[in-house]
Design a protein around this ligand. Structure first.
Ligand SMILES: NC(=O)c1ccc[n+]([C@@H]2O[C@H](COP(=O)([O-])OP(=O)(O)OC[C@H]3O[C@@H](n4cnc5c(N)ncnc54)[C@H](OP(=O)(O)O)[C@@H]3O)[C@@H](O)[C@H]2O)c1
Length: 252
């Protein structure tokens, strides 16, 4: 019997997990994307795109499609969809697993200022003008209009539209992974004095953290949001192994 698995994605790991599970003949895998990125990379499995309409909409989708298992493999800062997923799983009686990559740990030489929110990150830059690298999603950068005295270098996958209402900002379009050597060259070229980052975890975006450490540059690190407590694994391999060893029936 084929089991239907819905993977909530938008991350490299979600795509990798989907590919791994899709290779199994007994599983039918659908990957769900929010539909924010204009040209997402090919996912290699059937994809549905766009919001579900809150937790109720997601619960209805789970029922209508006869989904047997849901995997929340969204980004650690995508707190809304994770909360919706946990709630919808309960409502629809569908088991849920989460893929939660661990955050980074500071090491010797790191100069991190941890803050709770992007708004706190804006304030942490201080009153004096500084040259700031914003490695945040395009939705978050608007908050920095509250501190127009700084120079901003803003990197995003899709263009930031509208542009920030500040006198001095430059924009860079790029998609990771980003290696340390390239990140170091970028920070040096733009004479960056401070980096604002999420604690995304994983390798793909760690280059800027390592580069900032090498250059003695401060990093304002926005802490992770609270996520619902559901059974989880930290890596693609561990999550796939969980499903392999226990079988989907175990979760039903
Ligand atoms: N936040 C980040 O830093 C970040 C970084 C890299 C990638 N991403 C990815 O980008 C997407 C959006 O992130 P976000 O922080 O804006 O999310 P969010 O604030 O947690 O979610 C906002 C709404 O977007 C829809 N949504 C989010 N992820 C979805 C998915 N995988 N499939 C279908 N609908 C989804 C849901 O709409 P409805 O309520 O209508 O269902 C959700 O309520 C996620 O897929 C996430 O994995 C986020």
């Amino acid at each position: 019997m084929t089991h239907r698995i819905l993977i909530l994605g938008g991350t490299t790991e979600a795509r990798q997990l989907a590919g791994k599970l899709a290779a199994r003949a007994d599983l039918s895998v659908t990957l769900s994307l929010a539909g924010r990125t204009e040209s997402p990379v090919a996912q290699g499995v059937p994809v549905r795109s766009g919001g579900f309409g809150g937790a109720d909409g997601l619960a209805a989708y789970l029922r209508e499609t006869g989904t047997d298992l849901m995997v929340d493999a969204t980004h650690p800062y995508a707190a809304q969809i994770s909360a919706n997923a946990a709630q919808a799983a309960r409502a629809a009686g569908v088991p849920i697993l989460a893929l939660r990559r661990p955050g980074w740990e500071p090491v010797d030489g790191d100069r991190w200022t941890p803050v709770d929110t992007v708004g706190d990150a804006v304030r942490a830059l201080g009153p004096a003008p500084r040259r700031v690298f914003l490695a945040l999603g395009r939705q978050e950068v608007a908050a920095f209009e509250a501190a127009p005295q700084h120079h901003y270098l803003i990197r995003s996958v899709d263009p930031v539209e509208p542009k920030l209402d500040v006198p001095d900002a430059s924009y860079l379009l790029a998609r990771g992974p980003f290696r340390e050597a390239e990140e170091r060259a970028l920070l040096e070229k733009h004479r960056i004095e401070i980096v604002v980052s999420k604690d995304s975890g994983g390798e793909a975006t760690y280059g800027k953290i390592a580069a900032a450490r090498a250059l003695g540059i401060e990093v304002v690190m926005v802490r992770r949001p609270d996520l619902p407590d559901v059974p989880s694994a930290e890596t693609v391999e561990a999550l796939a192994a969980l499903i392999d060893q226990l079988g989907v029936d175990h979760f039903l």
